[in-house]
Design a protein around this ligand. Structure first.
Ligand SMILES: Nc1ncnc2c1ncn2[C@@H]1O[C@H](COP(=O)(O)OP(=O)(O)OP(=O)(O)O)[C@@H](O)[C@H]1O
Ligand SMILES: [Mg+2]
Length: 288
């Protein structure tokens, strides 16, 4: 069984994508298990982070190579039916066939050793997800379960059908946030949403793993105040490991092809240690 974890906060720009992508990358590096990153946000930030310009162009041209294809009933049913002979054919090597491996679905792309991703596309906005909110979960649980040790889902900062589908697909969630009083104010709102829409209305269990502080600047008063109020409210649900506010991180994303866009590959050992510590702490919290 895979651990399915959503990175969620209704506040925008707090580091959901940065942390989801980099935790996924670091997990793939540190663990022997395979990792799948799912971009559920039509803004495509995680997709642009991980895919090359060429890949992004290809995905924009053929939306079925993204989560759109998976969630779009017409297409996903068609390729299931025609997978052996029909118009859609993906070659599977003899070796993989012998091992009984499934053919890769067209929406799964390789990012690095051990890390695959399902990219997003702007056009998921045109899908009617409200009628099939459980489709992503069924796919992750029934069709690809066992292929990945960890599945990380990057959510948009909205109350939307995509966020709902992501939260219904996940078993657990973490909340990246900035350590500033005003950005942490939205957290009770998020928890109320999760309780009402996910737990009560759908009967789906979703475990809260904790809050991760991002863009930390220990010199700032806001940090101290924000952290004090968070640790009072969330106690042991506040991650001890944090990600500092650093220019290398903001710059990393601009770099299309460099491997160093991943924090794990950044030469600065402090940045690398921070993302390793956050990832290890997440794994510890999964086991609790
Ligand atoms: N620790 C950090 N230090 C410096 N810049 C950071 C850090 N974390 C994230 N950023 C930058 O802040 C911006 C927002 O980060 P990110 O996209 O990860 O947030 P988000 O919560 O996913 O946003 P959205 O709500 O739009 O999806 C990005 O430009 C990112 O490069
Ligand atoms: Mg994001």
């Amino acid at each position: 069984v895979s651990e399915i974890i959503a990175f969620m906060n209704m506040k925008g720009g707090v580091g959901k994508t940065t942390l989801a992508v980099n935790v996924a990358y670091t997990l793939a590096k540190l663990s022997s298990k395979r990792v799948l990153l799912v971009d559920m946000d039509p803004q495509m930030n995680a997709t642009q982070y991980c895919m090359s310009m060429k890949q992004v162009e290809r995905i924009l041209k053929d939306k079925n190579q993204s989560i759109f294809g998976l969630l779009n009933n017409e297409y996903s049913l068609k390729i299931n039916k025609t997978s052996n002979s029909g118009d859609y054919q993906r070659k599977i090597s003899d070796e993989d066939a012998l091992k009984g491996k499934r053919k890769k679905d067209p929406w799964i792309h390789r990012v690095s050793n051990n890390l695959d991703m399902i990219p997003s596309t702007l056009e998921v906005m045109y899908l009617n997800l409200s009628s099939t909110p459980h489709k992503l979960r069924r796919y992750l649980k029934n069709q690809i379960d066992g292929e990945y040790g960890y599945i990380i889902i990057d959510c948009p900062p909205t109350i939307s059908p995509y966020t709902k589908a992501a939260l219904l697909a996940a078993d657990k969630y973490v909340v990246p946030t900035k350590a500033e009083v005003f950005t942490t104010l939205g957290l009770p709102l998020l928890q109320r949403y999760i309780e009402q829409v996910i737990l009560d209305a759908s009967g789906h269990d979703l475990e809260f793993l904790g809050v991760i502080l991002n863009m930390v600047d220990e010199r700032r008063k806001m940090y101290k105040k924000g952290k004090a109020s968070l640790s009072e409210k969330y106690k042991n649900k506040l991650f001890e490991s944090e990600l500092s506010n650093r220019e290398d991180i903001a710059k990393a994303i601009d770099d299309d092809l460099s491997k160093e866009k991943y924090l794990f590959e950044i030469k600065n050992p402090e940045v690398k240690n921070e993302i390793i510590n956050i990832t290890k702490e997440l794994v510890r919290r999964l086991k609790k």
